[in-house]
Ligand binder design. Sequence first.
Ligand SMILES: [Zn+2]
Ligand SMILES: [Zn+2]
Length: 328
Amino acid sequence: MKAMILEQPGNPLKAVELPDPEPGPGQIQVAISACGVCRTDLHVVDGDLTEPKLPIIPGHEIVGDISALGAGVEGFKAGDRVGIPWLGHTCGSCGYCRSNAENLCDEPGFTGYQIDGGYADMTVADARFCFPLGGENTAASLAPLLCAGLIGYRSLVMAGSESKRLGIFGFGAAAHIVAQVARYQQREIYAFTSPGDTAAQQFAMDLGAVWAGDSDQAGPVELDAAIIFAPVGPLVPAALSAVRKGGIVVCGGIHMSDIPSFPYDLLWGERVLRSVANLTRQDAIDFLALAPKVPVQTQIETFPLSEANAALQALRSGRLTGAAVLIP
Ligand SMILES: [Zn+2]
Ligand SMILES: [Zn+2]
């Protein structure tokens, strides 16, 4: 198979030919049609996340067709289209796994981080962590749902079902999906972008935001909740100062620069600050059932697999609107 591998963080990915991976017991072998490029991949490649298996094939927004089944796989057959997300393995026995919080498992395995992922034309995955995908949309358009969509959805749930006025800080791949779901749920979206990023502000307005502006300025109304997708610590006090008493601020990213100290007044009034870590399989089941009802339409920019480094650079530089997707 063809793959783009990371040998050492800080270096570009390298194109390699590897033997086809054989599906072990409980695994499926998947011929990859598309793999989204997530900001987490950047954090792995740049070394912000410090526990990768090396070398590693990045990528955890995988869409493909099952090409072979290992022993004991149930519920799938050859030819089925599936999605493979970030959560690739859990221990099943720790306190978190036994209390519906498998996203916090003590011994997890994450796709494209500890388990070889989707920057390739083939992969194997534990079937219990894969999800059937409908056939109507293109594989490339579905890929961003597998992480930007899932983590975005979990962040939206954590923002509270009663939160009508919703701020979104950082308007990229996850935000553009969450905005569509939030609109469907009849919430008002206030989009805060990097100062002067008029393209992202226009993108947000096109997706139905009622207001879009610079993150270093106050919005037009007090918010009920805010989700921060940009990996920028100073946005935490900014978001706290934008929400009402009792409001919720959700940090949706896996990595963020340091949060500057801020006056207790910003948290006072029973404001809530929380992070969202990973996803549960139930999040995936819920979101993948909801997405076609909205219906979520992803905006993507495709790159050939061999240009994975260029796709990562486009994301790093903030040049993308929507999501980058690799096509093998
Ligand atoms: Zn566990
Ligand atoms: Zn991701």
